[in-house]
Design a protein around this ligand. Structure first.
Ligand code: ZN
Length: 204
């Protein structure tokens, strides 16, 4: 760790759902809860929807960070317009009109984030960096929890931090995927990390 105060967001899809009440208690130790929403199209997996996300908030009272891994994320934003949600993040690679989607997210009073998959270079999103509140760097290929960190993505975190300083912007940088207590120190200048299996496998 470099002494920065990095926020930790447990990713609820990585919880043991057979013991979900206990796992949600554990998740309350995080700064907020990360919810991965997958549609089976943009990624080859299906996960939670808005009803489960709502229940997670009702049980934990923790703010929710919604990560949409969906085609046409703009069509689903209104489903997440409930108490507890503070930010919605969608993928650059999804079939979204970027600016319109950001504006739609903000119209609900949410913070808006853009996410890039491991193979998407930072330069692709430079034009919209002034419009977003967060950049979520996928440090694994999106779709499944429990993967190993893709090392080349760490460079993008450094690039984003440099750009943020040069352009005097104030989006937060989040890393998502394959992060645990052992590798969090070499993930680069992030403000937040999402932790899945790395969080829930920690002893209570
Ligand atoms: Zn995520």
């Amino acid at each position: 760790m470099d002494g920065r105060n990095i926020k930790i967001a447990p990713s609820i899809i990585a919880a043991n759902w057979a013991d979900i009440i206990q796992e949600l208690k554990k998740a309350k130790r995080g700064d907020f809860i990360h919810v991965d929403v997958m549609d089976g199209h943009f990624v080859p997996n299906i996960t939670l929807g808005s009803d489960i996300a709502k229940a997670v908030y009702e049980i934990t009272g923790k703010p929710l960070d919604i990560h949409l891994m969906l085609d046409r994320p703009d069509k689903y934003i209104d489903r997440f317009a409930f108490d507890g949600v503070f930010r919605i993040t969608f993928h650059y690679e999804s079939n979204a009109l970027l600016i319109r989607t950001i504006e739609k997210i903000k119209s609900y009073g949410f913070k808006a984030g853009i996410s890039i998959s491991p193979d998407t270079p930072v330069r692709r999103i430079i034009k919209i960096l002034a419009l977003v509140d967060q950049v979520l760097v996928m440090t694994v290929y999106p779709g499944f929890s429990g993967q190993r960190l893709v090392e080349k993505t760490v460079k993008k975190i450094h690039q984003l931090n440099d750009i943020r300083e040069e352009m005097n912007l104030n989006f937060v940088i989040t890393a998502d995927g394959g992060i645990n207590r052992n590798n969090i120190g070499r993930i680069g200048p992030v403000d937040e990390v999402v932790m899945g299996s790395g969080f829930f496998s920690e002893p209570t």
